[in-house]
Design a protein around this ligand. Sequence first.
Ligand code: KIV
Ligand code: ZN
Length: 382
Amino acid sequence: MSEKVDIFDTTLRDGEQVPGCKLNTDEKIVIARQLEKLGVDVIEAGFPVSSPGDFQSVVDIAKAVSEPIICGLSRAVENDIIVAGEALKHAKRGRIHTGLATSEVHRVHKLRMSKEQVLEKTAMCVKTAKKFVEDVEFYAEDAGRTDNEYLAQVCEVAVANGATVLNIPDTTGYCLPHQYGEKIKYLLENVKGIHKAKLSTHCHDDLGLSTANAIYGVINGARQIECTMNGIGESAGNTSLEEAVMIIKSQQELGVHTNINTKLLTETSKLVSEMMNFPVQANKAIIGDNAFAHSSGIHQDGVIKHRENYEIINPADVGNNISAIVLTARSGRAAVAYKAKLIGVELTKDDLNKVYDLFIEVADKQKEVLEDDLKKILKQAL
Ligand code: KIV
Ligand code: ZN
């Protein structure tokens, strides 16, 4: 039986921390409604204590969206948690996400706390959050660089005080996939009471491993992925929602599924990119403009004969209906004949030879041969 992996979207919190990506409340509501349509399980709507605007956004999103759990971030600071609880009052299902750093480097050089003090703060923040909501997610910031034995102690305290989800962030994107996977496995095997909580991945992309790490987390028992549309997020970004979801959908051997309506991935990506004024690179997996484009003759010939020769995902499954064959100087006869047919011209072998010679002349002079260029070539050659 396939097990469900929850999708925790933090585009509006971790994603919105990115310089230049700030949204106003109305824009956040538009994105939150789209995320609800997409089928995410949790929307992290903001960090209520950080500003009156962010507080109001969490309140308004909680009122506007009813299906997903609405989550608000807080530090392990009593007032943060009280303010988060207040903002989440209107949520049908609210979750407080609270915690603090656990790695030696953060503990010594940022928090300036002993291990014991971190354990005390862990108990305090979870206990305080429980006064406002039943659903409390604890994060161990920089868990990626935290020694597993100590991390297990912290998690045990969080669970003993009622945490329902344990977030294991690789805040600095440091872990290798097998190390992150082993961390999740270690916690599942060594934290007393772990069956009462769900383990969550939250992986940053500093070494380009955020999605791989999240998937290794799932392989080793995590059942929630924290991610953002287009992989937007603090520093090098976060696990990309579209990548994690499509890996899970494409690789059935993982034995897990999500509730995401993948046909809405492309439109959701475009909405987030436009609203946050944050362009998506053309070669970005799943939703980049070139993700399903083929320009070399070998690939084009293969795709025209049988799409699956070169495509592991049907573009329609992610809501991408754009033609995949791009004519360039690397294109072969099969692609030229295919594109000519699409504009209503069936070419015989002799005609194709004539058209192709002229096509290559034109293609060598420009980056791409567009439909209008092809029409002119056909007219001139035939
Ligand atoms: O990356 C991180 O550690 C975070 C936490 C605040 C959850 O975003
Ligand atoms: Zn983060």
